[in-house]
Design a protein around this ligand. Structure first.
Ligand code: 48H
Length: 261
């Protein structure tokens, strides 16, 4: 085998490449059309749909990895399920699956999750990981952006890291933070709305209800994924993900309608 010779580069050149590209991109995304908070299945799906339709979208994720609960099916077992008609989204993403029983499909969670992440990046959505929601920007009773900090900073006690966050402006914000409904909670803390809290398990009812409730919960704030259950008090569905994928698409459709007005 011929020896492989990498092109020359100094240590400082590598550092400069990272700083220059990151700073330029961040500056560009300080004002966007849509900020999506949470990179689980619903947030990724919403980001992919919006970006593929030419919307300027920024996805914020507090972890270093994307995917949220989509890497595992449930109970630490990495097979995920979707119920019809959500297998059509697996088709769109090119995820192989098996029909376990009529209308119930099983796929490898790592395969499905990595395909969804790749599709989101390919569509042109920009991602800020290791960044946590700190607050919302509110102008005249409308959500106009998010206040964020590095997750490493927000996880430290204020006595050690009293470092102010920064703001990112957007026409719309989508809360895709799962059970936490972190953006919704910021409005609740101020008495602007009241989240009902997630209901108990009832698979048969849960997914249809969740998709039907994806909506603009407060001016400028759309909720999707499990945040919808928390906001509206809907039953949970356990480890089945069809509603997350379809709710992400639905959130993107609502956002596009709002952006047109
Ligand atoms: C930045 C944040 C913050 C924050 C959270 O939990 P997720 O996978 O959310 P969904 O709604 O897309 O999917 C829910 C699904 O995974 C699930 O849990 C189901 C179907 N449960 C049913 C049941 O009955 O239990 O992803 C949310 C993402 C995660 O990656 C978080 O790290 C991120 O949001 N996140 N990012 N700032 N404050 N809070």
């Amino acid at each position: 085998m011929n020896p492989i010779e990498f092109s020359p580069a100094s240590e400082s050149l590598i550092t400069k490449a990272i700083i220059a590209e990151f700073a330029q991109e961040l500056e560009h995304y300080v004002e966007t059309e849509v900020v999506i908070v949470g990179g689980g299945p619903s947030g990724l799906m919403a980001s992919k749909e919006l970006a593929s339709r030419g919307v300027k979208v920024l996805l914020i994720e507090r972890n270093n990895y994307l995917g949220g609960g989509f890497w595992l099916g449930g109970f630490l077992m990495n097979k995920l399920t979707v119920r019809a008609p959500a297998e059509l989204i697996l088709d769109e993403l090119g995820v192989p699956y098996k029909e376990y029983s009529s209308g119930l499909y099983v796929a490898d969670a790592p395969h499905a999750c990595s395909r969804l992440i790749a599709a989101t990046c390919d569509a042109g959505a920009k991602i800020l990981n290791m960044v946590s929601l700190d607050d919302v920007v509110l102008h005249n009773e409308k959500v106009c952006g998010v206040v964020v900090n590095w997750t490493a900073v927000s996880s430290l006690p204020r006595g050690i890291a009293a470092i102010d966050p920064v703001s990112l402006e957007s026409k719309l914000v989508i809360d895709a933070t799962g059970h936490d409904a972190a953006v919704v909670k910021k409005l609740e803390e101020r008495g602007l709305l009241k989240a009902k809290g997630q209901g108990a398990m009832w698979v048969e009812k849960s997914e249809d209800l969740l998709v039907a409730h994806v909506s603009e919960l407060y001016p400028g704030l759309i909720v999707t994924g499990m945040a919808v259950s928390t906001a509206y008090g809907l039953p949970r569905m356990g480890p089945t993900f069809g509603a997350m994928l379809i709710a992400g698409k639905r959130a993107a459709e609502i956002a596009i309608e709002k952006l047109k007005r």
